[in-house]
Design a binder for this molecule. Structure first.
Ligand SMILES: Nc1nc2ccc(CNc3ccc(C(=O)NCCCC(=O)O)cc3)cc2c(=O)[nH]1
Length: 203
């Protein structure tokens, strides 16, 4: 489920998803962790949890289309029905996003639509907002613009640095991503044809 690029990635979001999927009440099972870099912490976390891993090194591919195509083949090989991007920092091609539309979740460290792109926590600090947070959204072709599934807000303290705020947001991420995984894996929430979130009617 987890696909990552950032070498600083310690896989803590992946770890939160692994622990969530282990719960008996969970609707999800993690069948594979794919990393685009070898030897990262997340691969060790997956192996420790008995989850199969694959590395698809983006440096070995001449184009994004070929890189995404290989990831697609691995996902099909494992019969994956839902993909969670945990620290994945490579833009996915439109072809890939169209094929996996409604089956791709990403977590972003801001309350979207504010502060899209990289360094979202730094953007929030520089903007002087008093509330920050994280967003789990379906991935759309336009970066960080997909339908929102779960958000969690955190306070910004006067003493905050980029690091202290990032730590507080990361703790919220570890609650929000598992919550969103369950909502989508259980069918409570799905992406409608119109690109908006659809909640299973309780009636
Ligand atoms: N099409 C699509 N694909 C994505 C891939 C990853 C993420 C994760 N969040 C990301 C948000 C921003 C970036 C970004 O701007 N990276 C610098 C350029 C890196 C590169 O050249 O690849 C990457 C991931 C979100 C999306 C998304 O919303 N839509």
């Amino acid at each position: 489920l987890g696909v990552e690029q950032n070498s600083g990635w310690h896989g803590t979001n992946l770890q939160a998803l692994i622990e969530q999927a282990k719960r008996p009440s969970s609707s999800a099972e993690i069948v594979v962790v794919i990393s685009n870099r070898p030897g990262v912490q997340g691969l060790k976390r997956a192996s420790l949890a008995g989850i199969q891993t694959r590395v698809v090194d983006h440096k070995l591919y001449g184009s994004r289309a070929e890189f995404d195509g290989t990831i697609d083949r691995v996902l099909e090989e494992f019969g994956v029905e839902l993909v969670c991007l945990a620290g994945f920092m490579r833009i996915l091609t439109g072809t890939f996003v169209k094929k996996w539309n409604g089956k791709l979740l990403n977590i972003h460290p801001s309350l979207l639509p504010s502060f899209k792109g990289v360094n979202a926590q730094k953007q929030a600090l520089q903007a002087g907002v008093r509330v920050a947070g994280c967003t789990v959204h379906f991935v759309a072709e336009e970066v960080d613009a997909g339908a929102i599934v779960v958000q969690e807000a955190v306070p910004v303290l006067g003493s905050d640095t980029e690091e202290s705020l990032s730590d507080r947001i990361r703790e919220a991420e570890h609650r929000a991503f598992p919550a969103a995984l369950e909502l989508v894996a259980s069918g409570a929430v799905r992406l409608g044809e119109d690109g908006h979130i659809m909640w299973k009617s309780s009636s």
